[in-house]
Design a protein around this ligand. Structure first.
Ligand SMILES: *Cc1c(COP(=O)(O)O)cnc(C)c1O
Length: 396
């Protein structure tokens, strides 16, 4: 099997598993318990908090453990909305290609009377700090722009957007789920007020994540109950997962440069290989993109059929986002970069990881070429194109 869906989730690292096991087998105490067996768990929790903070150049008290990226996004946005609302500020700036954890939270707020400005991300999938500056108003209570896009891998100018928000005095949240462990993050230098990350995107366990909230930011709990996480997130802490996430993040950050270098070579080899297929185009900026992300549109192809045939060849790929599979709507990200419906349906995302080899990349190029040709030969839509009854959208 070739696993090329690392943007959907990653394999748990061996060292994360090894670090987690003692907290499941022996040291299973509750960090809130007063006896020393519980207090040992509490110490481990605070050690993890400090180590995660160090990876982001944050303070330990600015780190809150959550169940993952979706929860962190929800809490960051809802907290700033409630804070703004009390001061008569009900305008939020975001982009059209955010993850659904952000977009659906914004839709909910819109129904409550908030005004949402979704910035255009241009054909290359990148927003500019000027767009953010122009969108900010007197009543803006939050700017939320993702660090790197999960479908097309494009990287946003986060430090520059952070600087604009800080200058304007507007809180800035970034969904850094695709960036954490893959791109350098420094919440101080990049002037980030709130940041979401999720462990399972950098070889940590599923169901655990972090919400960073800068000192002075007022968080609103969305899970209510006990006083864990300084009253901002109730529920007994998932100590084994928190330990696994910490080890995975440290590991990813320590090998970030080397991984990025290797992945970029493989990514570019894959992009060049797929670019040879006629009527195919890369989605998103070629340079400002995550080291492991490849995303193409093929004319005259149905993405779902492509995925199923690749699965038959043992290749795990995606048509964009795991969340949109099963729906007939084309990806909102591809529509946001201006792809028309017909080609947006024919998308393929291959996201490489540290274990991907050059041989696998070559095998993927061969398999995609074969499957695309096969599907096109069967397609009446494609026959219309070749017979000139329809116009091509891409160049050959
Ligand atoms: C995966 C992902 C999420 C959701 O994270 P979970 O931990 O699975 O809830 C949010 N945003 C982005 C950009 C993602 O890639």
């Amino acid at each position: 099997m070739i696993y090329a869906d690392n943007a959907a989730t990653t394999k748990l690292s061996r060292s994360a598993i090894d670090a987690m096991l003692p907290y499941m087998e022996e040291l299973y105490g509750n960090p809130s318990s007063l006896y020393s067996f519980g207090q040992r768990a509490k110490e481990v929790l605070e050690d993890a908090r400090a180590r995660i903070a160090a990876c982001l150049n944050a303070e330990p008290r600015e780190i809150f453990f959550t169940s993952g990226g979706s929860e962190s996004d929800n809490q960051a946005i809802l907290s700033m909305a409630r804070f703004g609302e009390k001061r008569g500020k009900k305008h939020i700036v975001s982009t059209a290609f955010e993850h659904h954890a952000v977009l659906h939270t914004l839709e909910k707020l819109k129904k409550e009377g908030f005004e949402i400005t979704l910035l255009d991300v241009h054909a290359n999938g990148v927003v500019t700090p000027e767009q953010v500056r122009n969108a900010i108003r007197e009543d803006t209570c939050l700017v939320t722009v993702m660090f790197a896009n999960n479908e097309i891998g494009t990287i946003q100018p986060i430090a520059e957007i952070g600087a604009v928000c800080r200058e304007k005095g507007v809180p800035f949240h970034t969904d850094a789920v695709q960036a954490a462990g893959h791109l350098p993050i420094d919440v101080k230098a990049q002037k980030i007020d709130l940041l979401s990350l999720s462990a399972h995107k950098f070889h940590g366990p599923k169901g655990i994540g972090v919400l960073f909230a800068r000192k002075g930011i007022v968080l609103e709990p969305i899970v209510c109950g006990g006083a864990q996480e300084r009253g901002k997130r109730a529920g007994t802490e998932n100590v084994p997962s928190i330990v696994g996430m910490t080890v995975a993040l440290e590991e990813a950050c320590a090998s970030m440069d080397e991984n990025a270098k290797n992945l970029t070579v493989l990514r570019d080899r894959l992009i060049d290989g797929l670019d040879n297929i006629p009527y195919a185009e890369l989605n998103g900026d070629r340079i400002k993109r995550l080291p492991g992300n490849v995303n193409f549109c093929f004319e005259g192809i149905e993405g779902e059929s492509l995925l199923l045939l690749l699965d038959d060849k043992g290749i795990c790929a995606s048509s964009g986002s795991a969340c949109t599979s099963g729906s007939l709507d084309p990806s909102h990200v591809l529509l946001a970069i201006g792809r028309v419906h017909d080609v947006a349906h024919g998308s393929l995302r291959l996201t490489l990881g540290e274990e991907t080899t050059e041989e696998e990349v070559d095998e993927m190029i061969g398999a995609v070429k074969e499957v695309v040709t096969y599907l096109r030969n069967m397609s009446p839509f494609w026959r219309d194109l070749t017979e000139g009854k329809r116009k091509h959208i891409f160049e050959e």
